[in-house]
Write a protein that binds this ligand. Structure first.
Ligand SMILES: [Zn+2]
Length: 658
């Protein structure tokens, strides 16, 4: 049974007096005034969740926005504490009354408003809060409660398109609340335009109230907030108190009614996305260095979109401010799931406007009013296309697939696709691994019978490490596939495809060259042929008597020793250690493989220290895998990658609509 642990902590992030001037990130960018004093303190609040294998960091920061380059610096620091990129979620609450953390609020036009000392202080505060939250980890139960507070928000684009979702999750340990996370879709913008005092706006007051009344540390995340303002927009501190009281009183109402949620499975889906910078204002800000992050060669920005799942709770992290309408269909299609959206998470790259609401001709980016219509959101978006990337990526984050991987020998899947398979299973997809041969003689210094037994045991361990739910051994004698009954082999493969109904098949590619291993060639032929023949209703009708149905896998990820077609890669950076551990399980196969290579080196009169010296095979694997897949990663600008010939719907995808 999964036991979830939760730990929380917070740090005051009001600029310390000795760091010099900070400019207030108010409503109008550029020529911003200096901050004068503090109305209410701002905080970075951290929550660490752990189920013993996966750790997740959530940090809410009371500031205007945090861009990807800042988040990278936080990730760098946290990597020293064994946090991987996909485990870290840091978001801005988007108060318009904090120090400039994005660069847009400088004292003069074209001058960056970031106080670098404050950036350091902020990173340090976040890191310290996370470390302390981790020290505070304790067993916790998860509860969710929700309401609708439509009456307190206004959509000033489409009056009746309002998202009033108020969602609260709380983590309870020994009947005590140790942490909570709440989302609401009204932008924190009740402070006035003239304000020069630090304030967290209404969410800060509400968090404070939750912490005082119920205990623990309370994190706020802005929900589907694009174009949505509080009813007291820019009305000042008195109204802010009123607004916070109204929100809090609803939270008071629903807090005790929270329903307990399952905490398993815990899963992270993390995607890097390429966003097109269409808006010339944004291009300019990058060009003059107001935004310090690097762009790609094609001037596109790289950002991230992610989903953290705990049981049936799905927390979606969006790198800007989505309009409510962007995800309407996704929400309707996933109504059985509890979904929380957090805006400005791990990046703050402007508004994401649904296509049907984007009312700006691409060539017009200048004025906020066009034909009497407010288009200020468009001018604060990077463009039309980015929103579609966000929408499609979020849609795909909710799709769960069955993956069937056909390997010929014990180590084929772990070596060629280990990172990909682990990533797919870690993201909640169902993985079935099929080994076609028995590897009975892939060993050295032991009998064939011992070789058979050991390899079978080791392959089970390796595939379990990859997250396989089922493992099938087809038990063809190794290195004989070229002589077995091909039709019988293909029939068995078709049977397995019809039984497991994969969305994705992973296996050998017919497009490889110079393959000496006939087992691999026969596997490539038989698997790929079986993939489409399994959809023929006249093909092996006896399968249907057993209750099976025709099936056609949607995608194939194909690998080869010397591939001639490569059109797809998978970033396996976070899974490289899993891949190495899985490969290292093949102790018997590895011993033979390194022995063969030693013979090859000696046959060429070479002295290879790594092979001649008494080095554990696990270390050899570590060095070789990191070298080979690091080289592949370089091609795609990531640390480690695996690459494939991917076959999918092809031109049909262009005809499709959703
Ligand atoms: Zn093989």
């Amino acid at each position: 049974m999964t036991v979830l642990k939760c730990g929380t902590s917070k740090r005051n992030i009001v600029p310390p007096p000795d760091i010099g001037d900070c400019y207030i990130a108010g409503y109008l960018t550029m020529m911003a005034p200096k901050i004068k004093d503090v109305h209410d303190p701002i905080y970075a609040r951290a929550m660490v969740l752990s189920d013993g294998t996966t750790k997740i960091v959530l940090v809410s920061v009371e500031c205007i926005g945090l861009m990807a380059d800042f988040i990278d610096r936080v990730r760098d620091r946290l990597s020293a504490y064994d946090y991987k990129e996909r485990q870290i979620y840091v978001w801005a609450t988007h108060t318009h009354a904090g120090p400039d953390t994005m660069g847009l609020w400088g004292p003069l036009i074209g001058v960056n408003g970031i106080n670098k000392k404050y950036q350091f202080f902020l990173i340090e505060s976040i890191v310290q809060a996370v470390i302390e939250a981790e020290q505070n980890l304790e067993d916790a139960e998860l509860y969710l409660t929700k309401s609708n507070l439509e009456k307190l928000v206004e959509n000033y684009r489409i009056k009746d398109d309002i998202n009033g979702d108020l969602k609260v999750v709380k983590f309870v340990s020994n009947n005590k609340v140790i942490g909570s996370l709440w989302t609401y879709a009204a932008q924190p913008e009740i402070t006035t335009r003239e304000n020069v005092s630090i304030s967290a706006d209404y969410p800060g007051i509400v968090c404070d109230m939750i912490e005082k009344e119920f205990g623990g540390i309370s994190l706020f995340g802005m929900g589907l907030c694009g174009s949505q303002s509080p009813i007291y927009c820019e009305a000042g501190y008195e109204k802010m108190e009123l607004f916070a009281k109204d929100v809090f009183s609803e939270i008071q109402n629903i807090f005790p009614k929270a329903v307990k949620l399952e905490v398993s499975p815990i899963e992270i889906r993390h995607r890097r996305v390429d966003m097109k910078l269409e808006n010339p204002d944004f291009q300019f800000l990058f060009a003059i260095g107001i935004f310090e992050r690097e762009l790609k060669e094609d001037n596109n920005a790289i950002s991230t979109i992610s989903k953290v799942r705990i049981g049936n709770l799905h927390i979606v992290h969006v790198p800007g401010e989505p309009f409510p309408g962007l995800f309407t269909k996704i929400l309707n299609n996933n109504s059985e799931k509890e979904i929380m959206f957090i805006s400005n998470s791990n990046d703050s790259i402007g508004y994401f406007i649904p296509l049907d609401q984007f009312s700006l001709k691409p060539q017009v980016w200048v004025d906020d009013i066009v034909d009497g219509k407010f288009i200020g959101h468009e001018t604060e978006s990077i463009g039309k296309e980015a929103a579609e990337v966000v929408r499609r990526t979020v849609r795909d984050l909710f799709v769960y697939k069955t993956v069937v991987a056909f390997g010929t020998h014990a180590d084929d899947l772990t070596i060629w696709a280990g990172g990909t398979l682990k990533k797919l299973s870690a993201e909640g997809n169902k993985l079935i691994c099929i080994r076609i041969t028995d590897d009975y003689w892939d060993c050295v210094g032991i009998t064939a019978e011992q070789g058979y037994k050991r390899n079978r045991k080791e392959v089970e361990r390796a595939y379990k490490r990859l997250g396989a739910e089922e493992i099938v051994h087809m038990d063809y004698p190794t290195d004989t596939l070229v002589g077995v009954d091909y039709m019988e082999l293909r029939k068995r493969l078709i049977y397995l495809i019809r039984k497991y109904k994969p969305d994705i098949v992973v296996s050998f590619d017919l497009n490889g060259t110079d393959e000496e291993n006939m087992d691999h060639i026969i596997t490539a032929q038989a698997v790929n042929e079986a993939c489409w023949q399994s959809s023929f209703d006249l093909c092996y009708p006896e399968h249907f008597e057993e209750g099976l149905e025709i099936h056609l896998p949607g995608e194939r990820y194909l690998f080869a020793r010397n591939p001639t077609v490569i059109n797809f890669h998978v970033d396996i950076t976070d899974f490289i250690d899993d891949k190495i551990q899985a490969i290292s399980e093949h102790k018997t196969v590895l011993k033979n493989w390194f022995h063969q290579n030693l013979l090859l080196a000696r046959a060429n009169r070479l002295y290879v220290e790594l092979l001649e010296e008494d080095v554990p095979n696990a270390i050899r694997v570590n060095l070789l895998v990191k070298y080979v897949y690091g080289e592949t990663g370089k091609k795609y600008g990531v640390k480690y990658a695996e690459e494939y010939n991917k076959i999918d719907a092809g031109f049909l995808a262009d005809l499709a609509s959703d």
